[in-house]
Write a protein that binds this ligand. Structure first.
Ligand SMILES: [Zn+2]
Length: 282
């Protein structure tokens, strides 16, 4: 039996994705860092420093103020910064040229700030269609997150419509976390990789007064020896490397042509296949 594993031979992977670059991200990143949790922050570079009130069904009034451009690099260090467009439009109502502008200009602005290629994205309002996806691909975007909860722990097949497991605080979250944290023996019958992907907006933690729930959740999920704590783009590149593996017709030889090591569980044994190497079973 052969089963793909995550980076460093981990059975599971955890990632978070937070949108809009609001000032509450400062407190959230601090918590992520405290517990060694990692995530992706989707930013609208045309909105830095703007002040607004948050809309939503909140028990407490809260702000939707944006962080300053000058703090982006330092604040999100160790996490991933990704595209959320320049002005947060509904992309399905824009023509191709406008979509291209919203994505490429955001990429340029963010890349100038963080100093690495920014090729991940989350859809503003979660909306997309085939035209949007085709333009995104032309713009060099590798994956884009939707707002559709899968309520599962699966790895996406289509990264251009990457559906998260759940929104933070959803009524399915507890069930998913429990399943995710189950020990190795209990889950050994799964032949797929377990990915828990939680998304949200940090101002919701103010509005719903759920900061405590967030800290509790991070604490429970932290320090697990069988979990890879990753950003979205790291998961994308690792899954690409798994997809790129070449198997011999009888499945006894596996070549890794990528520039990144991959890990598999082969007959109950964890196997690392280094870049360019061929693993021979038996
Ligand atoms: Zn948004």
């Amino acid at each position: 039996m052969m089963k793909p594993l995550f980076y460093n031979g981990k059975e599971k992977c955890l990632t978070f994705s937070y949108d809009d670059g609001v000032t509450q991200d400062r407190r959230l990143v601090e918590l992520f860092n405290k517990y060694g949790i990692r995530g992706t922050f989707n930013l609208d570079s045309g909105c830095f420093g703007k002040l607004a009130k948050a809309n939503g069904n909140f028990i407490k009034e809260t702000t939707h103020n944006k962080i300053e451009e000058s703090e982006v690099a330092q604040l999100y260090k160790g996490h991933e910064v990704a595209v959320h467009t320049i002005s947060h439009p509904n992309l399905v109502y824009l023509n191709k040229d406008a979509i291209r502008y919203e994505v490429m200009e955001d990429r340029k602005n963010l890349e100038r700030l963080v100093g690495y290629p920014v090729t991940g994205m989350a859809y503003p309002f979660g909306t997309y269609d085939d035209t949007v996806i085709s333009v995104l691909k032309e713009c060099g975007i590798h994956y884009s997150r939707t707002t559709v909860a899968t309520k599962t722990l699966g790895v996406p097949r289509d990264f251009m419509a990457w559906h998260p497991s759940c929104h933070f605080g959803d009524d399915t979250m507890e069930m998913l976390i429990t399943r995710f944290l189950k020990d190795k023996t209990e889950q050994s019958h799964y032949n797929y990789q377990k990915l828990l992907y939680i998304w949200g907006h940090s101002y919701e933690l103010d509005g719903h007064e759920t900061w405590e729930l967030m800290e509790e959740t991070l604490q429970r999920l932290s320090g697990q020896p069988d979990v890879w704590y990753a950003t979205n783009i790291e998961i994308f590149f690792y899954e690409q490397a798994l997809q790129n593996l070449e198997y011999s017709a009888d499945r006894t030889m596996i070549k890794n042509p990528s520039a990144m090591p991959v890990w598999l569980l082969v007959d109950g044994k964890t196997v690392e296949i280094k870049p360019g190497e061929t693993y021979i079973a038996g």
